[in-house]
Write a new protein. Structure first.
Length: 456
């Protein structure tokens, strides 16, 4: 907010900017006039204009070049104004309120008084609410901060465990490399021993010839026998070293290789982990936190699981084939969730756009989708769609079929809508790889939810 900018009220100093204002005399004072004024009226309330903001009431209009006392009230703008503000001639800073509902300040006194009472009451009521809201805000902030720090610790624990396991695995592999080369090739000790081998052989040979010449010297018999034993041991060591050298010379190709047996490990590391807000999931089927986390891990694709917009819910929109079709027609990237009577949860993902459902003459309309798949939360398994050309099919007013061309062998929602009084909702899920039903004994369908995902 800008400071008030006024000029000295003394006629001879009217071009000098005022630095103070006397409320008693209602005049603006420059530096020279201020000193004189203090000498005559030491008890007058004088205020430094540098410290007076627009909200400080002076009794004068705050509009530029309006050195006039405030006499009027503008009902349109709820603002005090002066004669220049209400001037019929508009321009040069005048007449801003010439078309407004204007009255004298005295005439609005009672109305303002009544408003003041209402405002005081509202402020008192609001004050208690705001204090409680601020208290709750601080409590929520503390919980959020605690949650944030706990989340960071959880992430750090996971990555610390990964780094520890990686380091341990690295140490094991490095140790295995050393063992392999030591056992199959040679080590540094062999090189050192081989360097000494000729001298060792020469010494043993010379020693042996000397013993032959002194063999009949019974005075040295103990020493001679001991030397013979040493020569025999040296010969064994020499033969062992020689065998290793020959083995290496015959097998000088290194066959040991390091194999990365996880195809996309670097890509997986870059995309490892994700942050998921539980508020993103408007699902009754996934309302249990453990089931939700299991679902997220099973699908393993943030683009599918991170943003899910609910299109259809059977208990909300009705167990009706046409209700389903109307909600998903011309949509793509759809996630189907099925809940049976015994809390078994199944689902499917259909990426292709389902254009103009029910507008073809064929009794059953199929859509091709190479990226479609089905899954079971309870079995924690994803199932490949064996016939991508028939990834999802619609039979007018009868059923929605996912995963196969045969009505009786697939992942489908079936409702007979011919007789509205006797609605039948059935669900059959098959393990497409084994052609075996997974829903036997699990009860009929109790909930179906269809979501549009953020997958692109």
């Amino acid at each position: 907010m800008e400071n008030i900018c006024k000029y000295c009220s003394f006629k001879e100093h009217k071009s000098i900017e005022a630095i103070s204002y006397c409320f008693k005399c209602q005049i603006y004072l420059c530096n020279k006039c201020l000193n004189i004024h203090k000498g005559f009226y030491d008890n007058h309330p004088v205020f430094n204009l540098d410290k007076i903001k627009e909200e400080t009431f002076t009794g004068f209009c705050q509009e530029k070049n309006h050195n006039i006392a405030l006499q009027y009230y503008c009902k349109n703008h709820n603002k005090l104004c002066c004669g220049l503000c209400t001037s019929k001639i508009e321009g040069k800073g005048n007449g801003q309120h010439n078309n407004c509902d204007i009255c004298f300040i005295e005439d609005i006194k009672e109305e303002i008084k009544n408003k003041l009472k209402d405002n005081i009451k509202s402020l008192e009521e609001l004050s208690n609410k705001i204090e409680e809201s601020i208290k709750n805000l601080k409590t929520i902030f503390d919980k959020i901060t605690e949650n944030k720090e706990n989340l960071k610790l959880e992430i750090q624990k996971v990555f610390t465990k990964i780094r520890t396991d990686l380091n341990d695995r690295e140490d094991i592999l490095l140790s295995e490399v050393d063992k392999y080369f030591d056992n199959n090739y040679f080590n540094e000790n062999l090189i050192k021993k081989s360097d000494k081998l000729p001298i060792k052989m020469k010494i043993s040979l010379e020693k042996g010839k000397l013993i032959e010449n002194e063999w009949n010297n019974n005075d040295k018999l103990n020493s001679i026998i001991n030397d013979c034993i040493n020569i025999e041991n040296n010969l064994k060591d020499i033969k062992i070293i020689n065998e290793k050298i020959e083995k290496f010379n015959k097998n000088d190709k290194i066959n040991l290789k390091f194999i990365n047996n996880t195809d996309n490990i670097f890509s997986e590391i870059k995309n490892f982990g994700s942050l998921t807000s539980l508020s993103n999931y408007d699902s009754l089927i996934l309302k249990n936190e453990n089931i939700l986390f299991k679902f997220i891990k099973l699908i393993g694709n943030d683009k599918i699981t991170n943003k899910m917009n609910l299109l259809y819910r059977s208990t909300r929109d009705g167990f009706n084939y046409l209700s389903i079709v109307n909600k998903i027609n011309n949509k793509s990237n759809l996630l189907f969730l099925y809940l049976t009577g015994k809390d078994r949860i199944f689902g499917a993902f259909i990426q292709t756009k389902l254009e103009n459902i029910g507008q073809k003459n064929d009794s059953t309309q199929f859509f091709k989708d190479e990226n479609a798949f089905a899954f079971s939360i309870n079995n924690y398994k994803k199932y490949k769609i064996l016939v991508p050309e028939n990834a999802i099919g619609f039979n007018n007013n009868y059923y929605v079929l996912i995963g196969n061309s045969s009505v009786w062998n697939g992942f489908y929602y079936w409702q007979n809508v011919i007789n509205d009084k006797d609605l039948i909702t059935k669900l059959k899920i098959y393990d497409f790889s084994k052609n075996s039903e997974l829903t036997e004994g699990s009860g009929n369908l109790t909930e179906l939810e269809i979501f549009e995902t953020n997958f692109n």
